[in-house]
Design a binder for this molecule. Structure first.
Ligand SMILES: Cc1cc2nc3c(=O)[nH]c(=O)nc-3n(C[C@H](O)[C@H](O)[C@H](O)COP(=O)(O)O)c2cc1C
Length: 233
C-alpha cells in the first residue's frame, strides 16, 4: 500500500504527532509512505495567471513543485492531509497548494486515479475550528474526485504536543486506533457516492456545452467522459 502525507506545516507539533500515530496504526514495513512538508516542499503562492486552466498544468510557473506532489498523489492508495487550525481555517501554505490543484477539480480536468482513493484529513485546535478545517479539507478532496474521506478533528487544548496531557494523548490513541481499523477494512473497496456521481454528471453536462475552455473540453473528450466512459469502475 502506498500512502502520501501532505503536512500543512513544517514543524512537529500536535498535528504531526497525531498523524504519525495514525500512520503507525495503518502501515506495516511493507507499505510505502511519502511525506511532503509545507511550505518547504510546496509551491509559491498562486499568482492567478490561469495558465493551468487555459494552457495546461505544464504551463504553471510553479509546475516543478506542484507536479512533484501530484505524481506521488496519483500513485498513492491513501492521501493524508493535515493542518493545524489557524484562525478557524487551514494553514495558508496548505491553501496555497490546493489553489494549485484547482485545475484538477471535477469542474475542470479531474484525474481518473483520484476516484478510487481513500482520503484522511486531520486538524488540531487549541479550542475551536478543527471540525471546520477537516470539513474544508474534505471538500477539497471531494472536488478532486476522492470518494471516501475520513475526517479527524482533534481539540488538544494546547499550543504544542508537549502541552497535551497524557490522559488526552491516551484518549486520542484509542480514537485513532478505532478509525484506523475502519479505514483498513475498507481499503481498495471505496466507490464514488451518489453525491459524487451527481456532481460528475453536472460537470459532464457543463463540459458538453463548453465553448470557453478547449483544454478542459478536449480532456473530457479524450477520456470518453462526454460519452459512456466514467472515471470509476
Ligand atoms: C496563527 C495561529 C492561529 C490559530 N488559530 C486558532 C483558532 O482559530 N482556534 C483555536 O482554537 N486555536 C487556534 N490556534 C491554536 C492551534 O490551532 C493549536 O494549538 C494547534 O493544536 C496547533 O497545532 P500544531 O501543534 O500542530 O502546530 C492558532 C495557532 C496559531 C499559531
Amino acid at each position: 500500500m502506498k500512502i502520501v502525507i501532505i503536512h500543512g506545516q513544517n514543524h512537529h507539533g500536535s498535528t504531526y504527532h497525531i498523524t504519525e500515530m495514525l500512520t503507525d496504526n495503518l502501515t506495516t514495513s511493507e507499505d510505502q509512505v511519502s511525506e511532503f512538508f509545507l511550505p518547504t516542499d510546496g509551491p509559491k503562492h498562486c499568482i492567478g495567471c490561469y495558465r493551468c486552466f487555459e494552457e495546461g498544468e505544464a504551463c504553471c510557473p510553479h509546475k516543478e513543485r506542484v507536479q512533484k506532489i501530484v505524481k506521488v498523489m496519483d500513485l498513492s492508495d491513501i492521501i493524508i492531509i493535515n493542518s493545524p487550525t489557524y484562525c478557524l481555517s487551514m494553514s495558508g501554505q496548505l491553501k496555497t497548494l490546493f489553489d494549485h490543484l484547482a485545475y484538477q477539480w471535477m469542474s475542470h480536468r479531474p484525474k481518473k486515479e483520484m476516484f478510487s482513493k481513500t482520503g484522511i484529513v486531520i486538524s488540531t485546535t487549541a479550542g475551536a475550528g478543527a471540525k471546520k478545517v477537516t470539513k474544508d479539507l474534505s471538500q477539497q478532496l471531494f472536488w478532486l474526485g476522492v470518494p471516501k474521506v475520513y475526517q479527524l478533528p482533534v481539540k488538544v487544548g494546547a499550543s504544542s504536543w508537549g502541552g497535551v496531557s497524557n490522559e488526552l494523548k491516551e484518549k486520542i490513541e484509542v480514537k485513532i486506533y478505532g478509525v484506523s481499523q475502519s479505514i483498513k477494512r475498507r481499503i481498495g473497496k471505496v466507490k464514488p457516492s451518489l453525491k459524487h456521481k451527481i456532481t460528475f454528471e453536472l460537470m459532464r453536462m457543463m463540459q458538453r456545452k463548453n465553448d470557453w475552455n478547449f483544454v478542459d473540453r478536449g480532456y473530457w473528450e479524450d477520456k470518453g467522459w462526454l460519452g459512456h466512459e466514467r472515471p470509476w469502475k
